[in-house]
Every structure is written in structure tokens, then in C-alpha cells.
Design a protein around this ligand. Structure first.
Ligand SMILES: NC(=O)c1ccc[n+]([C@@H]2O[C@H](COP(=O)([O-])OP(=O)(O)OC[C@H]3O[C@@H](n4cnc5c(N)ncnc54)[C@H](O)[C@@H]3O)[C@@H](O)[C@H]2O)c1
Length: 354
């Protein structure tokens, strides 16, 4: 038996491979009616990272409990120990990937110094990671979200950096006016990140309220805020807009009809705006994320969609951390994206190449 006990810094894969810690973890999962398959997408992350990205589902208390129980059993020779097992043996290249070092965000000092950047959906997930990255790289961030509570948490996390929070709904003109007021005369960049999922229904069963709400946030929200910001960028003769589309903006097999159509609309809006305003110094691009671990809610309300989409998702890559999407978004927002306009950049670990 390995004498080194795992800690919060241990990768999930190594934790599961440890004879004592792995057994403690499997028992905990079984109690919750789950198996280690649940952890397959996050095997490359450390346990501490899992706490950070799980949105409360895997708490620090839970991790502390696992560490304590592992130590207790390791010290007790009569405690049962299981051989490390796995639900399914990974292929050699996949196992090697699980061994690869964890990706770490590296801040580029001063990349956004002197720039005012508006970020929507900044209270959670990809928007939050984008706002944090821009602020850490010297930018002045106008962080907006519909949730005041989430913005309070963001402000606390980024204390000392130049972040102005605005509680605003991107679907409301009045709220957008308050965002512009907070930003002032000059807006250098805009990241339209806020978005919601649908309930994975197809066209014969989609409900009016799902269709309307998904289009209101994902399409109208992007249109309204960009329309409000563009005159300032035109006046300055410069600006960068990054829209967050989705893999569902590129294919028909990643979500229900409302979300898929809404993200195709985002792709169209990105290309039209890039084409029309490129000569005026404004770059408009989009990222199309694959699966990302965030608080976005997705549920299947359709048996047909569940069967078809689950089959198509067989080649889905492992979900990544929101900071990995922020890396793509901030690249396009920054001057490093100088020659990119109208690009729809898949940030999906290669899913779109399948
Ligand atoms: N998570 C994924 O796997 C994934 C994949 C592809 C695309 N996306 C896209 O990424 C974007 C961000 O999603 P996420 O996964 O970070 O989700 P998230 O739910 O973690 O964060 C979205 C944030 O947007 C806010 N928001 C929702 N409606 C709003 C409104 N009307 N006005 C202002 N703020 C509002 C929410 O309060 C939340 O804080 C979305 O456009 C989503 O469609 C996500």
C-alpha cells in the first residue's frame, strides 16, 4: 500500500487509484447513488480544483471529511482496504492524458491596461472567469449580471482590482442604459457571455415560453447591448466584441431546438456585424465552447432528444474549467486578436473536428 496519503492537491485520478482513499471515495459516491464514472470528466483536476469548480456540489467540508476518513483508515490496520478498481479501463492515450499536468491560468501583465471592458454574465462560469482575467491583466471591468448576489461574490474575489458591478438584465433596455452610464464615454471591448440553456426539446414539442426566454437572453440580449455599445466604438474608431456562441451554433446535435437556433443566430449576428463594422476598426468574433463546468442548467425534457443527443455526444470531450474558455475569449478581446474579425472560434478541445 502506498504510504503517502492523498491531499487536496492530489488529482482525482490518483485519489481513485489509491487503495484506501479510492475506497473511501467510492463509498461516498455509492451513498449518493453514483459511481466513479461521474468523475471521469474531471479526473485530470486536483481535488481542490474540484471543490472550486463544482458550484457547491463537492464542498470543502466533503473533501476534509474524505481526507480525515482516509487518514483514519490508513492508521487502522483492521480497516478494510480494496484493490484500486475502475469502472472501465481507459485506453493508453486517455490514461496518459489523465496523467498530464493540470492546466494553469497564466496572467499576462498589463494586457488590458487602459481598457474598459464590459462583461455580461460576470457572476458565474465563463463570464466570471473572463471578468477576473481581464481585471487581473489590468483592465477596468464593468461586470454585469442579473444576479446581485453573484456579483457581490465576484467583487469580493476581485477586491482591489478595477471592477464595477452592475446588476442588470441584458433583455431590458433600461438596465442597458445603466450599464453604459457605469462604463462612461469609452468602451474598448465587450464580451457578451450571459446565456441560458433550453430544456433539450425538439421542434414538435418546444414550449413558447422556453423559445421566447432563450431567444430573449441569448439573441436579443446580445443584440441590445452591442447596439448600445457600437456608437461609442464607432466614435473611437476602435473596439472588440466577443460573443459566446456554442458548439450548438455549429451543429444540430448539441442541444434542443431553441438553444441551437439561438446560438446559430449569435453566429449570424457576429458575422454580419464583423462585415459591416470591420472597416471602422471594430472586430467582432465569437467563441463556440464545448462542455464547460459552470452553473448553467441543462435538463432533458424530451425522450426523443435525450436518445438522439446522447448518442451524438459519445465523442464529447471532457468538460473544461471556465478559465480555459476565458483564455480564448480574452485572446480575441485583446490586441493579440488584431487580425481576427468575423471568426467563430471553436474552443472545445477538438469536438468540432469530429
Ligand atoms: N457551460 C457550457 O458547457 C457552455 C457550452 C457552450 C456555450 N456556453 C455558453 O456560455 C455562456 C456562459 O454560460 P455559463 O456556462 O458560464 O453559465 P452560467 O449559468 O454559469 O453563467 C451565466 C451567467 O449569466 C447570468 N445571466 C443569465 N441571464 C441573464 C440576463 N438576462 N442578464 C444578465 N445576466 C444573465 C446568470 O445569472 C449567470 O451568472 C452562455 O452563453 C452559454 O450558452 C456554455
Amino acid at each position: 500500500m502506498s504510504t503517502t496519503l492523498p491531499t487536496g492537491d492530489t488529482k482525482v485520478a490518483d485519489w481513485l487509484a489509491h487503495p484506501v482513499a479510492g475506497q473511501v471515495m467510492r463509498e461516498m459516491l455509492a451513498e449518493a447513488g453514483q459511481s466513479e464514472k461521474t468523475l471521469a470528466p474531471v479526473k485530470r483536476f486536483s481535488m481542490n480544483k474540484l471543490v472550486k469548480i463544482s458550484g457547491g456540489r463537492f464542498s470543502q467540508e466533503l473533501l476534509d471529511g474524505l481526507v480525515a476518513e482516509t487518514a483514519r483508515r490508513a492508521a487502522d490496520p483492521s480497516a478494510p482496504v480494496a484493490a484500486a478498481s475502475s469502472d472501465e479501463e481507459p485506453s493508453a492515450p486517455v490514461a496518459a492524458a489523465a496523467e498530464a499536468p493540470e492546466w494553469e491560468e497564466r496572467v499576462t501583465d498589463g494586457r488590458f491596461t487602459g481598457k474598459t471592458v464590459v462583461v455580461t454574465g460576470a457572476g458565474s462560469g465563463i463570464g466570471r472567469a473572463t471578468a477576473a482575467r481581464v481585471a487581473r491583466e489590468g483592465g477596468r471591468v464593468i461586470a454585469l449580471d442579473i444576479s446581485a448576489e453573484r456579483l457581490t461574490q465576484l467583487a469580493a474575489e476581485l477586491d482591489g482590482l478595477d471592477v464595477t458591478t452592475v446588476t442588470a438584465d441584458v433583455t431590458r433596455e433600461g438596465d442597458i442604459a445603466r450599464v453604459l452610464e457605469a462604463a462612461g464615454d469609452r468602451i474598448d471591448a465587450l464580451a457578451n457571455v450571459a446565456g441560458i440553456m433550453d430544456n433539450m426539446t425538439g421542434l414538435h414539442e418546444v414550449a413558447d415560453d422556453v423559445w421566447s426566454r432563450v431567444f430573449a437572453v441569448n439573441v436579443e440580449g446580445v443584440m441590445r447591448l452591442s447596439r448600445a455599445v457600437l456608437p461609442r466604438m464607432l466614435e473611437a474608431g476602435a473596439g472588440a466584441i466577443v460573443n459566446v456562441a456554442s458548439e450548438a451554433g455549429l451543429r444540430g446535435s448539441a442541444a434542443g431546438v431553441a438553444y441551437t437556433a439561438s446560438k446559430h443566430a449569435v453566429v449570424g449576428m457576429t458575422k454580419s456585424t464583423a462585415f459591416l463594422y470591420g472597416p471602422s476598426g471594430i472586430r467582432v468574433n465569437a467563441v463556440a465552447p464545448g462542455p464547460v463546468i459552470t452553473n448553467i442548467e441543462a435538463r432533458f425534457d424530451s425522450e426523443l432528444a435525450q436518445e438522439r443527443i446522447t448518442t451524438a455526444m459519445a465523442v464529447l470531450p471532457a468538460p473544461v474549467a471556465a478559465e480555459q474558455l476565458a483564455a480564448s475569449i480574452t485572446f480575441l478581446l485583446s490586441d493579440d486578436g488584431v487580425n481576427l474579425n468575423g471568426a467563430i472560434l471553436p474552443s472545445d478541445g477538438g469536438w468540432s473536428a469530429a
